[in-house]
Design a protein around this ligand. Sequence first.
Ligand code: CUA
Length: 160
Amino acid sequence: MTINKYEKAWLIFSAVMVVAFLSIIGYFSFVAGLQTPQEAEVIDPLLIGEDARFSQPRVEEVIPGELYNVYMVGRMWSYSPRELQVPRGAYVKFYITSPDVQHGFHVVGTNVQANVIPGYVTVITARFEKPGEYLIVCNEYCGRGHQFMRAKLIVTEDEG
Ligand code: CUA
């Protein structure tokens, strides 16, 4: 059997690429220790409804004007709640989880960005200094309704 020289070159190139990609994944997994945060809270995606935080997604005022907890669920293809309201300057601690597939969470125009992974509770804290309306979008492709997955964050004038 003879193999065309171009075909042979492609075969070698493909094999080298596979080895290169596996090496990169292996390096970051086992040598650099890149993995989900070990302290991340684990949650059974099927039992989200039994968790008081996620059975009633909401904004919870912890210290008026200073600290707010936001309990959110991102699912195919919406966020609950659909609208959030917090005062400017307050610390906002987001707890987000997913019952189905991986989603993204991005507050457009800010550096608030996280992955929402089924089985884990994503926790991020942010402060919003500029009052106004912010669009929250899913930026992780999650199926045919991905582009409709959004919510609204309203930052009010009253200072935290
Ligand atoms: Cu959820 Cu894209």
